[in-house]
Write a protein that binds this ligand. Structure first.
Ligand code: FAD
Length: 556
């Protein structure tokens, strides 16, 4: 069994320094985690190195949809529509608690981009190409039926709508479940280990990486027969380090989402709607909140810390207030937000929203394979493609052979829940248990959709807690995170493992102190470390919930 507990880190670093891996993956986002799982499950020895926390980059900051890829249809990217539609069905089967049906309403309005006929035809073609079947097939709705489903929509311009299938996920948890599954197949995965350079053999072929440990400050060399660069927005930094940039390079586009409490924007169902500038954005209800996004603007700032600016928030609020005029959202009602960077492949003369989302792979003369572009939805297929490429070269070089891709058959998150029916029965069981101690039904929904069957492991810890309260439940969740999911910092837990900073920011404000105190006891932190963790959480809360003007930031 591989290492998943934060306390076993010394052993983990030891394993990294003392082995020669078949494959080393740089980047613990969805792409890197998918590659690690694909390769480990074929029988390769695999190392996965992430410079911050798993899913720290784009893979915790997306719209969190497992798309059928409707927008690609608009751009006539037929092959992508087909591929992501197929992937969506696979991911729903592998993690039915985490890739959940989220029917989407596509209203057509007077003067809008699409009319009834084009919407109907477009969604029909989309269903066909994406292989959508049964209850997921598109349904066309009259104006009245549309308003029955979503009474907040603007009535005076509404003509009707199409209802089509999308699936919602939690991107960071999907990434993490891939990391954990990879570990269960023997991969050695470490967060907070940053690759700073490559090592080469006498023929100038890469045979490992130099790295630094951001938690304890040491450095290490990790040896591998094949290195894969899956560093998302940082892919070109590593290609430059390898001196292997060619005529293709990344174009970063920033996308912002804002979060409003459900009370202020009581949306009944997800809507994908037109904005005045010709773009389209999503409004998606999730638990206690509704989130709205996204923007799509060229980005040249600090990749580690893209921020939500006042201009981004105003754009999204204006779009909502235009399409849902009775909600009258105000800036002070935006309780949280996130900003992510799309690592797109630059295309001459195209704007951020026009650039294709397809993925590309590059192999350098010294053997580095880099993968960039693509979508969260396509991560499994991207991984399969890259690992196929790597095994082909390695097989002839090392005289070894491995199994073919296995990942269409590897359930995520323990795999005990294998259908929507299992998920609802399990949800009921957890809701009954929490209700018996007076806890809110939201918490059952949250635990089941974030952790799947692993919610049982959290409740086992909860039953031993001093208090059977929400605070006690959070500490049980934290214990699970530290013992099973390599939680090293309060941000790992409150942002990536639980999504609380975005979807339940009040719980972060209320419980961050006790989370840090419990971590201090578990890891034996000194006062300095406690102060740093506290500062870090305060900074994160401040940054997602206050919005400076971009022009002021640029001027200062
Ligand atoms: P990342 O998640 O960024 O992972 C790269 C990782 O590499 C990072 O964690 C980083 O810390 C690490 N790293 C970098 N350098 C080093 C180094 N030197 N050493 C070690 N580690 C390193 N896709 C969908 O399918 N559905 C959506 O709804 C959707 N919405 C989106 C909305 C927005 C606003 C954005 C920005 C993207 C969206 N996407 C969506 C696209 C999707 O999120 C990305 O394609 C995907 O998350 C990219 O994953 P990745 O692993 O390639 O990159």
């Amino acid at each position: 069994m591989g290492i998943q507990s934060a306390k076993q880190r010394p052993l983990l670093l030891d394993q990294l320094s003392s082995s020669t891996f078949d494959l080393l993956v740089i980047g613990g986002g969805a792409t890197g985690a998918g590659i690690a799982l694909d390769a480990a499950s074929r029988g390769m020895s695999v190392a996965l190195l992430e410079k911050m926390d798993f899913a720290f980059g784009t893979s915790s900051r997306s719209t969190k949809l497992i798309h059928g890829g409707l927008r690609y249809l608009k751009q006539f990217e037929i092959k992508i529509v087909h591929e992501v539609g197929r992937e969506r069905a696979i991911l729903h089967r592998l993690a039915p608690h985490l890739v959940v049906s989220e029917p989407m309403l596509l209203p057509f309005v007077k003067g809008g981009t699409f009319g009834k006929f084009s919407t109907s035809l477009g969604l029909w073609v989309y269903d066909l190409l994406a292989g959508v079947s049964g209850k997921d097939r598109r349904v066309m709705l009259s104006k009245k039926k549309t308003l029955d489903r979503e009474p907040l929509l603007r009535e005076d311009i509404l003509l009707g709508s199409g209802r089509y299938a999308e699936y919602r996920t939690d991107d960071a948890r999907l990434t993490l479940e891939n990391v954990k599954a990879a570990i269960s197949y023997g991969a050695t995965a470490a967060n907070y280990v940053e690759v700073t350079g490559f090592t080469y053999d006498a023929d100038h072929q890469i045979n490992g990486v130099e790295a630094i440990d951001h938690l304890d400050g040491g450095s290490l060399t990790v040896k591998a027969h094949q290195v894969i660069n899956a560093a998302g927005p940082w892919v070109d930094d590593l290609r430059k380090e390898n001196q292997s940039m060619n005529n293709k390079h990344l174009f970063l586009s920033k996308g912002v989402h804002i979060v409003i409490s459900h009370e202020h924007f009581p949306l009944h169902q997800s809507v994908y709607f037109d904005v005045a500038d010709g773009r389209m954005i999503f409004a998606i209800p999730r638990g206690k909140v509704t989130y709205i996004g996204t923007t799509d603007t060229e980005y040249k700032g600090d990749k580690n810390n893209p921020r939500t600016y006042l201009e981004d928030v105003t754009y999204l609020l204006d779009a909502v207030n235009h399409q849902f005029p009775t909600v009258k959202l105000r800036l002070d009602q935006v309780e949280s937000s996130w900003a992510g960077l799309r690592p797109l492949i630059f295309e001459q003369g195209k704007s951020a929203s026009e650039i294709s989302r397809k993925d590309e792979t590059f192999r350098s003369d010294s053997g580095l394979i880099s993968i960039a572009g693509g979508k969260l939805t396509g991560y499994r297929k991207m991984a399969e493609k890259v690992v196929n490429m790597a095994t082909k070269t390695l097989a002839s070089r090392l005289g070894k052979s491995w199994k073919a891709c296995q990942t269409t058959q590897i359930p995520l998150a323990d795999g005990v829940l294998s259908s929507e029916k299992d998920v609802s029965a399990f949800h009921k069981k957890i809701a009954d248990q929490l209700e018996s101690v007076g806890l809110d039904s939201y918490l059952a929904w949250y635990l089941v959709h974030m952790y799947g069957a692993q919610a049982d492991d959290i409740l086992i810890r909860f039953r031993k807690a001093d208090e059977m309260t929400e605070a006690g439940l959070i500490l049980a969740e934290l214990a699970f995170g530290m013992e099973e999911e390599m939680v090293h910092t309060a941000s790992d837990f409150l942002i990536r493992r639980t999504g609380r900073l975005y979807f339940d920011i009040h719980s972060v404000r209320q419980h961050a102190g006790s989370v840090i105190a419990a971590m201090a006891r578990y890891f034996d932190w000194d006062e300095d470390r406690i102060a740093r963790e506290t500062q870090e959480i305060l900074r994160e809360v401040e940054e997602v919930s206050t919005f400076p003007s971009e022009s002021e930031i640029v001027l200062t």
